[in-house]
Ligand binder design. Structure first.
Ligand SMILES: C[S@@+](CC[C@H](N)C(=O)[O-])C[C@H]1O[C@@H](n2cnc3c(N)ncnc32)[C@H](O)[C@@H]1O
Length: 222
């Protein structure tokens, strides 16, 4: 059974100084990308510091390697660094060329992978230390279920047991369908919401509930 539960809803103040976007330096590239491909970028402005705070709240220096999907201008990336994650432990998967270039310049020690996150699994990005957490800014709600399935299966294939994937959404319900969650054996829990974001957003934590044949068998389809 799929568990989609709601825990403490909160609009956290931003205690971390270096987590927010950097004014025009972040907003202009974002607007340009959004005008060029609104369905892919799916937001008119980078996420707020408050949302970055909530997205990274459960991550610390002990988390180890972190995979970030759809980092855009790097608002969550900066929050991860402020949490103590080492820059060399960051893998940033971004399919927009301009964002990839910008991320390479801003985070020279991180690994920036210019890739469609749907191809995460076949790309074989990690062969050593398992990933301690995944942070996702992908517009999952706008993606067809088969693509959402491929993204989540690829991400969880790299994650160590007990770790979690964090995803925000602008809608008042889970951005992943019950069918996809059940197929992958995942649970989804809303860990809070943030009013100070345009638009307001909620954050979900996804975890593997039980061994799933789809997480271990790379060729099976939804
Ligand atoms: C809503 S924006 C979030 C950006 C940033 N994380 C933030 O919160 O400000 C979505 C991001 O996901 C990227 N993206 C969308 N679809 C993608 C895909 N299939 N693979 C990789 N990146 C993708 C977009 O280029 C964009 O950077």
């Amino acid at each position: 059974m799929t568990s989609v539960s709601q825990s403490n809803s909160t609009s956290e103040p931003a205690h971390l100084d270096d987590t927010g976007h950097r004014g025009v330096a972040d907003i202009l590239p974002f607007l340009r990308a959004c005008i060029g491909n609104p369905a892919q970028v799916a937001a008119i402005t980078p996420s707020s510091r408050q949302l970055a705070y909530l997205m990274t709240r459960e991550i610390s220096a002990e988390t180890g390697p972190v995979l970030e999907l759809g980092p855009g201008t790097g608002v969550f990336t900066r929050a991860l660094l402020a949490r103590g994650v080492r820059e060399c432990d960051l893998t940033l998967v971004e399919c927009h060329d301009d964002f990839s270039r910008l991320l390479n310049g801003r985070f020279p020690e991180a690994r920036v992978v210019p890739l469609d996150a749907v191809r995460l699994g076949p790309a074989k990005l990690f062969d050593g230390r398992p990933v301690g957490a995944v942070i996702s800014g992908l517009p999952l709600r706008l993606m067809p279920p088969k693509k959402v399935f491929a993204v989540l299966r690829g991400a969880f294939g790299y994650m160590r047991p007990g770790s979690a994937l964090f995803q925000f959404t602008y809608r008042p319900r889970c951005p992943v369908s019950r069918r996809v969650l059940d197929r992958l054996g995942l649970t989804a829990t809303c860990i809070g919401s943030v009013f100070w974001n345009a638009p307001p957003a909620a954050v979900y934590r996804f975890e593997a509930r039980s061994p799933s044949p789809f997480l271990s068998a790379p060729h099976r389809r939804l």
